[in-house]
Design a protein around this ligand. Sequence first.
Ligand code: ZN
Length: 308
Amino acid sequence: MGDYLVRATAEGGAVRVLAALTTRLVEEARRRHGTWPTATAALGRAITAAALLGATLKGRQTVTLRVLGDGPVGGIVADADAWGRVRGYLKNPQVDLPLKPHGKLDVGGAVGRRGFLHVVRDYGLKEPYAGSCPLVTGEIAEDLTAYFARSEQTPSAVGLGVLVGKGGRVRAAGGFVVQLLAGAPDSLAARVEAAVQRVSSVSGLIEAVRNPVGLASRVLEGFTLRVLGRRRLRFSCRCSRAKTRELLVVLGLEELRELYRTRRGAEMVCRFCGRAYRFSGRHLLQLMNLEGDGGRRPEAGRERGPGA
Ligand code: ZN
């Protein structure tokens, strides 16, 4: 079964739950970026969080999550769109820290406990909605909980888990968000809190149930859930040769000339998916001409033949 997420409600809509299974998605990210176990967990949690944040996107809307902590993985970026396409990367994939007590991966140590979590919701309006919040633990779930409370004024409980097996492969990944609608009675809030606190290991639970509906039911044990919708999730990058070419143009004429002079070409690697786009010397010459440099085309390339 592939990855997907579900949206559900309980108590006549007063409780909202999102649950996602992202095992394949996170394994694909691990494979593309060559992440080591603690980095795999950090990136996987961020990717799962982006998928959950994107659960209600429509049309061309996107959401981007940035986790910028002072730990060894450096910054993490993940985004999602309305088609369930999710992607992400981090600065330093080769991070593996000693396990914490109970054998848990030290994501907080890898991300760092000082820094910020930023969310940008681009709904295709004039200005995207951007919110941020200081990191609490660097474990990402607690940080996202703080973000929901502070920036979106929504009391939430967030759980994110990535289980890395022997050999570094992802055995299970996923997460949930439980939210209370404004005006919910304190007694309901207490019941939800008690239910969520019974979840001791998110990744263990995901490995046990292996589907989002089961995950939501186990997190909100004792509540009757009404499933509102499902969405398939997959690792998919929106990069293209045309977009990469634009990035090359943005480098400017001097840098293009330098690339042509020293390397007779350029290679641009998409940070999100690791795909490499190669541009030959001939391409660089064309770009430089497009830039209006008709008079000062590098002559050397003509003699030696461009397109190395
Ligand atoms: Zn890409």
